[in-house]
Design a protein around this ligand. Structure first.
Ligand code: FES
Length: 166
């Protein structure tokens, strides 16, 4: 989704994660979860590294696992992950105008979904199971119900102020 190039991988950090989980084939999901929590995505270099470090795995196997599960992302994510629900209820109540307003606010153009400063990334997701609160967005796991463009701008402004230490 993002067109940004991956940042350099700290392999010492990956090693630390492998050791903490146990360098065993059966721990690969836990290892990938921790790597993603650390880097906020799964860098391809890290997948290759894990595939060569653990007996019984290969880079291709690790890559296959990383792409199979929805929980994993091979694209860099922002510090704040914003999910815009586009399930039926949210769509009918204006999720797409919200998404467009969000992209404009964050200056996300040309198919980019993560801001250059790596602060925000935007994903479109299907029904979050909170249709009565539609349209819904979720920021780092926190649900924001009945969103309007103004409310959304406020959410972003609050986060920007927090980042600037205001
Ligand atoms: S459609 Fe958005 S929460 Fe169900």
């Amino acid at each position: 989704m993002s067109t940004q190039s991956p940042s350099k991988v700290d392999f010492a950090k990956v090693d630390e994660i492998i050791q903490s989980c146990g360098a065993k084939k059966s721990n690969v999901i836990a290892i990938l979860q921790k790597v993603q929590a650390t880097f906020r995505y799964l860098p391809e270099d890290a997948l290759t590294y894990i595939g060569t470090k653990i007996e019984g795995l290969s880079p291709a196997t690790v890559y296959g696992i990383a792409t199979f599960y929805n929980q994993f992302s091979l694209n860099p994510k922002g510090k704040y992950e914003i999910k815009v629900c586009d399930g039926t209820a949210c769509h009918v109540r204006g999720s797409m105008p919200l998404l467009n307003a969000l992209k404009a606010k964050l200056n996300l153009k040309d198919g980019k979904f993560t801001t250059d400063d790596m602060l925000f990334s935007v994903d479109i997701v299907s029904c979050l199971g909170a249709c009565g609160l539609s349209p819904v967005i979720v920021v780092n796991g926190k649900v924001h119900p009945k969103m309007t463009t103004d409310a959304l701008n406020t959410v972003i402004d609050v986060l920007l102020q927090k980042e600037r230490g205001e």
